[in-house]
Write a protein that binds this ligand. Structure first.
Ligand code: HPA
Length: 247
């Protein structure tokens, strides 16, 4: 039965441990998703994989068609969505290379289409979003990390979702910290609330790619980010292999 989807972020455009069965472009009422979904198996478990930024990593965070991506996965019968994303570390405990499974988020994005509930509605629709991530799925991610020897994971975090594509200023990071954010990324919203609108179980595993602006020495180096993400995604791949078999 197909009920698990993995959305890959920067540094995770394919899954080497996925035995590929087919690729399919899913057409949705909201336009095209980031690319074809890839069907495959990890062990005996069927999963679908969708690279958030496109197969060639060409779609920037503010141009991603989040609605088409989430709709496409829902239309395939997916129930659980594991979202992988690179972030900057704000809290001093979350340095480059750490894995963090956030339990809360604050949305700072703007001008992104962030709901399915806007046209042709018989009545105004609101969703509960008190706890933006599915806790059962979060706990499985944490267990899977612990089951992979040597993987240290932080089991809570507040994800500040920024608009991008530029990184933040040091003052913006100070503000985010004051407001409670411990990590910062550009793709966490509206992905999480769209998944909630379609009643999908959704959780995120983040890889800290860099110290957020003003938290490390000097400016942020893109080469360093790429290097850290590459190493972090090796950990994520090992974690996913265990996790999928636990679901
Ligand atoms: N800020 C926002 N998004 C990010 C960062 C950052 O420092 N690093 C990786 N994604």
């Amino acid at each position: 039965m197909l009920d698990i989807a993995i959305i890959g972020g920067t540094g995770l455009t394919s899954l080497p441990n996925l035995q590929l069965t087919k690729r399919e472009m899913v057409h949705t009422p909201y336009g095209e998703p980031s690319g074809p979904v890839v069907y495959g198996k990890i062990g005996q478990k069927e999963v679908v994989f969708l690279p958030r930024h496109g197969t060639g990593h060409t779609i920037p965070p503010h141009k991603i068609n989040y609605r088409a991506n989430i709709w496409a996965l829902h239309s395939l019968g997916v129930k659980k969505v594991l979202a992988i994303a690179a972030v900057g570390g704000i809290d001093s405990r979350y340095g480059p290379g750490c894995l963090v499974v956030p339990d809360q988020l604050i949305d700072y994005t703007c001008s992104r289409v962030s709901t399915f509930f806007e046209d042709d509605l018989p009545h105004v629709t609101h969703i509960d979003f008190t706890y933006p991530y599915n806790d059962g799925l979060r706990q499985r991610i944490i267990e899977a990390c612990r089951a992979v020897a040597g993987l240290d994971i932080s089991s809570t975090g507040v994800y500040g979702a920024t608009q991008g594509p530029r990184l933040e200023t040091a003052a913006e990071i100070n503000r985010l910290e004051k407001e409670g954010c411990t990590i910062v990324g550009m793709t966490g919203m509206p992905e999480a609330c769209l998944a909630r609108e379609l009643e999908l179980e959704y959780a995120t595993c983040t890889v800290v790619a860099n110290w957020a602006a003003g938290r490390g020495e000097g400016e942020i180096s893109m080469a360093e980010i790429e290097h850290t993400i590459e190493q972090g995604m090796d950990k994520v791949k090992a974690m996913l292999e265990k996790l999928v078999l636990m679901l």
